[in-house]
Design a protein around this ligand. Structure first.
Ligand SMILES: Nc1ncnc2c1ncn2[C@@H]1O[C@H](COP(=O)(O)OP(=O)(O)O)[C@@H](O)[C@H]1O
Ligand SMILES: [Mg+2]
Length: 284
């Protein structure tokens, strides 16, 4: 079952000379982890902003095509051109690249409560959701902490918790680890894995670093100059190493090495992970 359908979507920011999205079409299936990769400036963030209607709702420009979000609970479909962001954001939650820009409360629990209070939920339900969101993101015990004092990984997990508490159908994460050290990155990607595996949440993950996406995503879109130029499973994309390298996409070392070995006829298939690479070359 699909939860988002993007059809022939093009967008040009006001006063910009070039289109940032060009005839983009794809679908997002319920429960999948969809990765989006592509060089800087290829339109990944712009695409994220179209998924919950910020474009064209709040950020105007020349917009054509359709983004349709389906509420699986009711089967109703919402075209982002016709429905306000306030409605769409309960279905599609967007976490921005810089967590600081999304945190502005005095404590961790107030931060998570903030969005919930605007949904008009009962007090008990708010408290349950806060605890649930903090549990999933590994922040239990930090309820009374001051958000600016958290580590980078904790801040980003808090930004995720605040959105998650609203129980969106789809969670969109725009480069959630780009400002984090390796520890923070691992913490945040651990939460992404948990969301998919244990909570069945549909996740769209933008990441310039492809190791996690090629290992865990169900499907991947590759963007270049506002277009989706490739779409496939990680396995299918592993056959497109030359194209990915031309784009300047950072590939996992196992894929680069297996690609070189393959050109020399030493191995027959690409390896997405170290373990695969070792089994291909027959570790001693
Ligand atoms: N607010 C804006 N106004 C005008 N142009 C923008 C704006 N935001 C992004 N762009 C342009 O749109 C293109 C795509 O940008 P973006 O979606 O941020 O790409 P990515 O996230 O892949 O780095 C770039 O050429 C960028 O300069
Ligand atoms: Mg971006």
């Amino acid at each position: 079952m699909k939860v988002i359908r993007v059809e022939n979507l093009s967008f040009r920011y006001r006063r910009a000379r070039r289109y940032s999205l060009r005839e983009v079409s794809f679908e997002v299936k319920r429960g999948e982890l969809l990765g989006i990769i592509g060089p800087s400036g290829s339109g990944k963030s712009t695409l994220c902003l179209t998924l919950n209607g910020i474009i064209p709702g709040s950020i105007k420009g020349e917009f054509s095509g359709d983004v349709v979000v389906r509420d699986p609970a009711t089967g109703e479909e919402y075209n982002t051109r016709e429905v306000p962001v306030s409605k769409l954001s309960t279905l599609v939650g967007l976490v921005l690249q810089n967590p600081e820009s999304q945190l502005f409360n005095m404590t961790v629990e107030e931060e998570v409560a903030f969005g919930l209070e605007n949904l008009g939920l009962e007090r008990d339900e708010i408290l349950r959701r806060i605890q649930w969101a903090l549990e999933v993101t590994g922040l239990r015990g930090l309820e009374k902490e001051f958000p600016p004092g958290l580590s980078g990984g904790e801040k980003q997990r808090l930004a995720i918790a605040s959105i998650l508490a609203m129980k969106p159908e789809v969670l969109v994460l725009d480069e959630p680890t780009s400002q984090l050290d390796p520890v923070g990155r691992r913490e945040v990607l651990g939460v992404v894995s948990l969301l998919k595996k244990e909570h069945g949440i549909t996740v769209i993950l933008v990441d310039h670093n492809t190791d996690y996406i090629l290992r865990h995503a169900d499907r991947v879109l590759v963007m270049k100059e506002g277009r989706v130029i490739l779409e496939g499973t990680p396995r299918e994309l592993a056959e497109e190493v030359e194209t990915l390298k031309e784009l300047g996409v950072k590939l996992p070392p196992s894929l680069e090495i297996s690609h070189e070995l393959r050109k020399r006829g030493i191995v027959k298939t690409p390896a997405l992970t170290e373990e695969e690479l070792l089994s291909l070359i027959g570790s001693p």
